[in-house]
Design a protein around this ligand. Structure first.
Ligand code: ATP
Length: 258
């Protein structure tokens, strides 16, 4: 069966550094993929290639059944993206920013305006709709980014540390949003280092290490295969890491040198 996203032998190098060393994966509609791995494993690189931001790769990437390198960028209208570090035009107000983004997607102004206001209200930031983004707190900005990624009702969402700065109540709302979207057949590609959240929300977890997929399955499957309890422990085991105590001790002893 052909999935909504299929990647075949994807390779990408920066100079002599082969960052992606042959990624193969097929994602179906309605899946919430937890895409995890150590710093520098190649997660953002994979996502940027799929989004068409990063070029110069080998292998094949198909989204909605079409090769993304065929020159047709129509597919981008069906994608939502929350980057880890976003450049937001923060002299704009929330209203101005969201209507601007909506219009970039070709949406009708009245519809974007209505959706933007309602979504901000539901996320508890309706009162700053007409305030400049530069006056928002970190969590408020993050909520705005989340809303801007979903305004146009995308088929697939790429989320990079999306709950950064969100308070506990907002995280609960956000998890519920993701699970409802998946029930509606939307697909979510979720990159994060917060293992307990990934463990809970993902219908499938893909672990990347050194540019290769080293685990792919439901949390229950990964747990069975690795005889470990939490996703954090599975992560430590599969990435061959067990030195946190020694490194922490050495770090503190150097901090204490004066
Ligand atoms: N523009 C670039 N030029 C050179 N090297 C790059 C560039 N972008 C990424 N890299 C390298 O590619 C590797 C993978 O980076 P990537 O950002 O994909 O990792 P990641 O898994 O998203 O990491 P993190 O968890 O820290 O966000 C790293 O070694 C990084 O230094």
């Amino acid at each position: 069966m052909e999935g909504i996203l299929s990647i075949n032998n994807l390779r990408k190098s920066y100079g002599a550094n082969e960052v992606l060393q042959g990624i193969d994966l097929t994602v179906s509609r309605g899946e919430i993929i937890g895409y995890i791995g150590p710093n520098g494993a190649g997660k953002s690189t994979t996502v940027k290639i799929i989004l068409g931001i990063e070029e110069g790769y080998t292998g094949e990437v198909k989204l909605f059944g079409k090769d993304i390198s065929d020159g047709n960028i129509e597919y981008k209208k069906k994608i939502g993206y929350v980057p880890e570090i976003a450049e937001v035009y923060d002299t704009l107000t929330g209203f101005e920013y969201l209507t601007f983004i909506g219009e970039l997607y070709g949406m009708d102004f009245d519809l974007v305006e209505y959706k933007a206001k309602r979504l901000m209200e539901l996320f508890g930031i309706g009162d700053v709709y007409h305030s400049r983004i530069s006056s928002y707190s970190k969590g408020m900005k993050q909520k705005l980014l989340i809303i801007s990624s979903m305004l146009h009702n995308p088929e697939i969402l790429f989320l990079d540390e999306p709950i950064n700065g969100l308070d506990a109540n907002s995280v609960m709302i956000f998890k519920e949003i993701l699970s409802q979207l998946a029930e509606q057949g939307k697909t979510v590609f979720y990159s994060s280092h917060i293992m307990d959240v990934v463990e809970k929300i993902s219908s499938r977890i893909i672990l990347l290490n050194g540019g290769k997929i080293v685990a792919d399955g439901t949390f229950a499957e990964l747990k069975n295969q690795n005889k470990e309890g939490t996703l954090e422990e599975i992560f430590n085991q599969l990435t061959g890491f067990n030195e946190h105590k020694e490194i922490g001790e050495r770090f503190v002893s150097i901090v204490q040198e004066v």
